[in-house]
Design a protein around this ligand. Structure first.
Ligand code: GLC
Length: 482
């Protein structure tokens, strides 16, 4: 990591120093002082120094973020290039080109079930969910077009054909990788034989978010997910897509699903990886994969915090050196705790204490609350800044003067500061003259799929009508000629 750490650590200041520009810092410093008597203060300084040393690796300098952006741009270009694509880690999949009942698989909702299923069982389960939905809504007799949000890396071979390249976000389900997921879904629907559903379109959640916002705002050109996983898609000009082998009709642009979660899989982020990131990666279902995603998204953030807290306890810097069995359990510190803890705005630390209770930590002080809040703050801020580097990189690459970014995902939605942190950081990293907005896309990923399916259905109907008209015309022609 490069220097300048002291200058660029507003998060640390937030809890411990008067220099902090933020509200939280102003609230915290005097209270820390007040709660400590003069002779305990020395040991407090010592403690503070030790804590700072442990958490410092999460504080990156401006140089670090610029370096990340440079490497990212290089990865994006490799993904787009004809020769470089096969070996590229960040895949930059082409999705849809054009002007432009939803099923959403990929987030937290399904995951618990899925790890224990094989591919056939998975799609049978999805078909059953569709059946239940249709039954509950009296739709069983209808023939419905379906849009399928499938939030995993897929090579798109058509609007209704997507080959899963690899599972991410803790999913592992035999017999799906390398297969067309629409075909797997249709087969499961046929196996049941009691519903009539036609999957017209399969889209990534980023594309869903983009579509549902672009519907009302034509400046929307980036879709971003900050939830269980993270990823972004954007509108790219065909001339920049070396891989493009489709038509060159207007509009000459295509939505690229970057699959940026895989950024860093080639070691590009090793220079900022902390020992906690390494542990999270090593213990994950896909070690060495989705490195950037593991530093940012909700699936991993709580665990990173937990590992730091465990270390602080071990060094006698937190909870009087006594944590709890719960705290020692991998995955037990949920990312929603980070949002809750950071939402505490006064000295009652209501949420923080509630979390401690859930973790069965019996003895804690006000100082412990501050320390835990501080750790959460540092780790979520790094996540927000890393995601900002990605968005700024895309904005600079696109070079459009005004762009709206559609954002969906629980992390962005529920974290109290994510939006503000990102606005501030992107502003610093983006080229002069570029204006941007981050817009919450409420369940955009699901609605986007429904929208695409509806359009695909309409296009198919129009095509059918045209063919019918043509057939009628031919018939009339034939009749006329006779
Ligand atoms: C993971 C998936 C990606 C998805 C993202 C957000 O990174 O690979 O397809 O968009 O999570 O859900």
């Amino acid at each position: 990591m490069s220097g300048g750490v002291k200058v660029a650590n507003p998060q640390l200041n937030r809890a411990f120093s008067e220099d902090a520009g933020r509200e939280v810092a102003k609230r915290q410093r005097p209270k820390l002082k007040r709660s400590l008597s003069a002779n305990v203060r020395l040991s407090f300084e010592e403690k503070r120094r030790k804590i700072e040393n442990i958490v410092r690796p999460f504080i990156l300098s401006d140089d670090d973020y610029h370096k990340i952006m440079d490497k990212m741009l290089d990865n994006f270009n490799k993904g787009l290039g004809k020769e470089t694509h096969p070996k590229a880690r960040v895949k930059m999949f082409q999705t849809y080109k054009g002007d432009f009942l939803a099923l959403d698989l990929g987030g937290t909702n399904f995951r618990v079930l899925l790890v224990s299923l094989d591919g056939k069982e998975l799609f049978d389960h999805i078909a059953e969910c569709i059946f239940k939905f249709m039954k509950d809504h009296n739709l069983i007799d209808k023939v419905l077009p379906l849009g399928f949000t499938f939030s995993f890396p897929c090579r798109q071979a058509g609007l209704d054909k997507a080959i899963l390249t690899s599972w991410t976000k803790g999913f592992k389900c035999e017999g799906v990788e390398g297969n067309d997921i629409v075909q797997l879904l249709h087969e499961a629907i046929e196996r049941r034989g009691d519903i009539k559903v036609n999957c017209m379109a399969v889209i990534n959640d980023t594309v869903g978010a983009l579509m549902s916002c672009a519907h009302s705002d034509n400046l929307c050109a980036i879709g971003l997910i900050l939830g269980t996983g993270t990823n972004a898609c954007y509108i790219e000009r065909l001339e920049n897509v070396g891989l493009w082998d489709g038509d060159w009709d207007e509009p000459q642009q295509v939505i690229i699903n970057t699959e940026w979660g895989a950024f860093g899989d080639d070691g590009a982020l090793n220079f900022i990886m902390t020992e906690y990131d390494q542990k999270v990666d090593k213990r994950s279902i896909n070690p060495g994969k989705q490195v950037y995603e593991k530093m940012i998204s909700g699936m991993y953030m709580g665990e990173i915090v937990r590992l730091v807290l465990v270390k602080l306890v071990k060094h006698g810097l937190l909870f009087g050196g006594r944590g709890s069995e719960e705290l020692k359990q991998m995955g037990r510190f949920y990312t929603k705790y980070v949002s809750e803890i950071e939402s505490d705005v006064d000295d009652h630390f209501k949420n923080t204490k509630q979390v401690f209770e859930e973790l069965e930590i019996p003895n804690h002080t006000e100082e412990d609350c501050r320390i835990v809040q501080h750790v959460c703050c540092l780790i979520s801020t790094r996540a927000a800044y890393l995601a900002s580097a990605g968005i700024a990189c895309l904005l600079n690459k696109m070079g459009r003067p005004d762009v709206a970014v559609a954002v969906d995902g629980s992390l962005y939605r529920f974290h109290p500061h994510f939006h503000d942190l990102m606005m501030e950081r992107i502003q610093q990293l983006v080229n002069p003259g570029i204006t941007f907005r981050l817009m919450l896309s409420h369940d955009g990923s699901g609605k986007g799929a429904a929208l695409v399916a509806a359009v695909a259905h309409r296009v198919a109907e129009e095509k059918q009508n045209k063919q019918q008209e043509l057939a009628n015309g031919m018939h009339n022609l034939a009749v006329d000629t006779y």
